[in-house]
Write a protein that binds this ligand. Structure first.
Ligand SMILES: [Fe+2]
Length: 174
């Protein structure tokens, strides 16, 4: 985004927040700007998890296929809460797949041939990295005393650590 473009977004966020919340306009801008890439990461992790659910192969097909579906459901369930936290405080959020691509930090995997082990390792690494993003977003929200968002994030960290745990245990044997 150009400098003037991002300035305009910041100004808009500040204006919208004036009537919506007791958080300061700077807090709204900072929190919304942290939630936006977080949401983009969730969509990219969701689609990668579904991609591997769909393209899984091998003798553990059933186990892995089902596990990744559970993980995908859990990941998808974060999306609405993240977007609506931004809206509730008067900020804005993602509007399109193009927006996701622009803001995501986790990398896509478009490879045609991915072994089950590579899939699980890729997901483990993404989930681990996603926990770091959750923690850094938590720090920002905590600084502004946005306890509603920190509380959601604390649950998402627990869920993400659980996904990472399962993936870590499984890849030990592969
Ligand atoms: Fe399915």
């Amino acid at each position: 985004m150009s400098k003037s473009g991002s300035h305009a977004v910041l100004e808009r966020e500040k204006k919208a927040s004036e009537t919506m919340t007791d958080l300061s306009s700077d807090a709204v801008a900072e929190i919304s700007n942290a939630l936006r890439p977080l949401l983009a990461d969730v969509f990219s992790l969701y689609l990668k998890t579904k991609n591997f659910h769909w393209h899984m192969t091998g003798r553990h097909f059933r186990d892995y296929h089902l596990l990744l579906d559970e993980h995908a459901d859990q990941i998808f369930s974060m999306t609405d809460d993240i977007a609506e936290r931004a809206r509730k405080i008067g900020g804005t959020t993602l509007r399109s797949i193009g927006d996701v691509a622009q803001h995501q930090r986790l990398k896509d995997n478009n490879a045609e041939e991915v072994t089950p082990k590579e899939m699980l390792l890729d997901l483990r690494s993404d989930n681990l990295q996603f926990t770091r993003y959750l923690r850094s977003t938590h720090e920002i929200c905590e600084r502004h005393n946005d306890v509603a968002t920190t509380s959601l994030i604390e649950n998402w960290i627990d869920q993400t650590e659980r996904r990472t745990w399962f993936l870590s245990e499984i890849v030990k044997d592969l």
